[in-house]
Design a protein around this ligand. Structure first.
Ligand SMILES: C[S@@+](CC[C@H](N)C(=O)[O-])C[C@H]1O[C@@H](n2cnc3c(N)ncnc32)[C@H](O)[C@@H]1O
Length: 401
């Protein structure tokens, strides 16, 4: 059995490293990271370091899992959502992209066979993970994690608690059995009416009826609950993250033809909302997202101070559009990649790709940084602290303990 002595993690499907960015808050030490994308690697190493990044297909790593360091407390895996989201074909874990989770699980198994598996595993994906193949994909994942000796909690967190972006995401937190005994409410298998459900229902915003349904449909699985506070809604407003320094004559603003086309794609209701914004004697902002409605491309205006969920711009139509209106006129442009980054809670000193498209890809795929900070604060850090208490020989790496 490997002795764990560091507050460290390995980052699978690292992308540009926003999980790492969120874990920086509590000084988690990244010892190993992997992604297949060269573009993402370039951004990652510009912001962090070359040393621990491995540019490779995760399937190649399965047979060389011994090259991943052994003494790692936490594995994170923000695996591809393509086959789990409504926009994809819903092939789920049988799909080529989301199916890379199977490679991750195989690596975990190999590590477990040598006693060098992490104490905690965090998986992240879109809400569609919960409904993929009617919940069977997520139940399969929990079953594999159980077999490897982990107890699992599922939570749902919306970036909108922290930043002006609606972005509901699912996190599976798997805690090694021994650590879980002290730190989770563990459900008795096959027990439907126990007090465990009182704790489950304490926090309906982060544990929904979808998760309840999955647990009730899989009573043979090993479920645990982490004790979490309700996230406070303290997100800034959309207008606080806009790059107001972009001048009126910037080429980023659309010409009249493009603007009128967008207007023609709006419903009467959204046109009325836009006119009301134009008439105000101050600027206000709204975002527009194009969606297919009954076979027609519609431009949907949102004015609640939030952007819709950022996506990777495949096919060109999924970029977020910004409208600024007031003082009798209105202007339109795409949100910039820096504004995308701000919507993901990323500091302005984070280096983005110079190419705007690569920037949209980098940020559209990524995790929201303050969501990871919340998870670190209320889940990962407490688990590590309690691990240290149970293993007093473990090294204390940070001061603010
Ligand atoms: C949801 S994104 C993760 C984003 C990341 N958490 C971030 O903050 O940037 C999924 C990542 O999986 C990577 N990926 C897809 N297929 C892969 C494979 N076969 N092996 C390794 N990485 C892969 C993609 O390049 C992408 O960066």
């Amino acid at each position: 059995m490997v002795t764990m002595n560091k507050m460290n993690f390995a980052e699978f499907f690292a992308g540009v490293g926003l999980v790492r960015e969120g874990l920086r808050l509590h000084n988690w030490d990244c010892v190993w990271a992997n992604d297949i994308s060269e573009d993402k690697r370039d951004t990652y190493v510009e912001n962090f370091t070359h040393d621990d990044f491995h540019l490779e297909d995760i399937w190649e790593i399965v047979n060389r899992s011994s090259t991943i360091p052994d003494q790692v407390f936490l594995y994170t895996a923000s695996f591809p959502c393509t086959d789990l989201s409504v926009a994809g074909g819903r092939k789920g874990l049988a799909g080529a992209e989301s199916g890379t989770l199977n490679a991750f699980l195989q690596i975990l198994k190999k590590k477990q066979q040598t006693g060098a598996h992490p104490k905690v595993v965090m998986l992240e994906n879109v809400a569609g993970f919960l409904t993929s193949h009617k919940g069977k994909d997520v139940a399969f994942t929990v079953a594999v994690l159980n077999d490897l000796g982990y107890v699992v909690d599922i939570i749902e967190l919306d970036a909108a608690y922290f930043t002006p972006q609606s972005r509901q995401r699912v996190f599976l937190i798997a805690v090694e059995s021994e650590l879980a005994q002290e730190n989770m409410y563990i459900k008795e298998k096959y027990s439907f009416f126990d007090s465990w459900w009182i704790n489950f229902h304490k926090n309906p915003k982060i544990r929904s009826s979808k998760v309840e349904h999955i647990i009730k449909s899989s009573p043979h699985l090993h479920w645990g609950l982490l004790d979490l506070p309700q996230p406070h809604n303290n997100a800034p407003n959309l207008n606080e993250i806009i790059q107001i320094e972009i001048p009126n004559d910037s080429k980023l603003w659309w010409n009249d033809t493009r603007k009128e086309h967008l207007y023609s794609q709006m419903s009467i209701l959204h046109k009325e909302t836009l006119h009301a914004m134009i008439e105000k004697s101050r600027y206000s902002y709204g975002t527009v997202y194009r969606r297919m409605r009954k076979g027609k491309s519609m431009a949907e205006l949102r004015t609640d101070g939030k952007a819709g969920c950022l996506r990777t711009p495949r096919g060109g139509s999924s970029k977020q559009i910004l409208i600024r209106a007031g003082f009798g006129s209105w202007k339109v442009r795409l949100l910039t990649s820096r504004e995308y980054a701000r919507l993901q809670g990323v500091r302005d000193t984070f280096i983005l790709p110079e190419n705007a498209s690569k920037g949209y890809f980098a940020m559209g795929d990524a995790v929201c940084v303050p969501v990871i900070e919340y998870i670190s604060e209320y889940i990962l850090l407490p688990l590590y602290k309690r691990y240290l208490v149970a293993h007093p020989s473990a090294e204390r790496l940070f001061a603010n303990f």
